[in-house]
Design a protein around this ligand. Sequence first.
Ligand code: NAP
Ligand code: ZN
Length: 346
Amino acid sequence: MHPVKAYAAYDAETPLRRYDFDRRELGPKDVLIDIRYCGVCHSDLHFAKNDLEDSVYPLVPGHEIVGEVAAVGANVTRHKAGDRVGVGVMVNSCGHCHECKAGEEQFCRDSIGTYNADDRDGTRTQGGYSTRVVVDEHFVLKIPDALPLDAIAPLLCAGITTWSPLKTWNAGPGTRLGVIGLGGLGHMAVKLGAALGCHVTVVSTSDRKKADAERFGAHDFLVSTDVAAMKASRERFDLILNTVSSPHEIDKQLRMLARDGTMVMLGLTNDPVPVDILRLMDRRRRLASSPIGGIRETQEMLDFCAKHAIAADIETIRMDEINQAYERMQKSDVRYRFVIDMASLA
Ligand code: NAP
Ligand code: ZN
């Protein structure tokens, strides 16, 4: 067994605190990773607070994991000790169904989440707010040398979750892209969309993040409480990535789609969202959603980021600062991803 130090949520109310446990022995296809950094996704906060009502405690969040390979199982061929690697939101899947064969492991009925999921050995998976992790080699990504290890941790979730819909809906030169919410996902959507050649507009709740949006490559900026500006922006976008982290009305947002435009809902919410069908009908608009992305697609996104020198804008924190980071995240005060330096736990 591999003993690890970690931080866990013990229930939905109290602050995260120290939790030590053992990772499993290496199976033939397993990789043992010394975790250097772990990004803090808003999903971690949803799960810590039981927003989806399926959290099992103690729960170690964290699915934006980067580090170095410490050891590999006997049959591992893709990675070796010392390699820079990453792990995202999945740690296993069946490997032989239609979805796995298509490289869309996120849709496999037996895919296993990095935390708060039942693992094959009957234990619960625990995430990256910890010093080490053991993962099947197929779910371990190679980190190109050109990328800084800390600032690319957020690519493992925020990066792929925005990249996958951009590719699915063929975003490229000429695409008028709207990004709603400038947090972790939103700022990656701006950087990736701009690098793909889209015309990018950020829709934010205030003008506080305007200068940052421009620095990330946005061409335009809208404040969602500015009624006149919102009205003037009707039928403006071909594609909208909606990254808002809490339930909200979407009628005004749908009106911003041009004919045949699509809005992709990325935020996790348990609550139904009311939709005015006439808003869809009158311009043949589409409402869609998308979960993370496949492993092959994640590697493509990492390689694209290396080529275009794209990384996240991060604020590095110590493990014991996680509860303050959550408080700031709840106030949308994130610029633009917290990343935990795991040396602070070791
Ligand atoms: P984040 O960093 O906290 O950013 C969310 C942003 O949404 C905020 O910065 C804020 O942007 C905006 N916002 C928050 N509350 C709002 C409200 N009531 N009304 C309007 N705008 C609001 O969160 P994140 O890590 O990017 O994650 C965003 C959501 O995606 C979360 O629900 C997360 O769980 C989910 N997620 C889904 C997937 C997936 O596979 N689909 C993957 C990862 C995360 P402004 O300050 O610009 O207004
Ligand atoms: Zn995430």
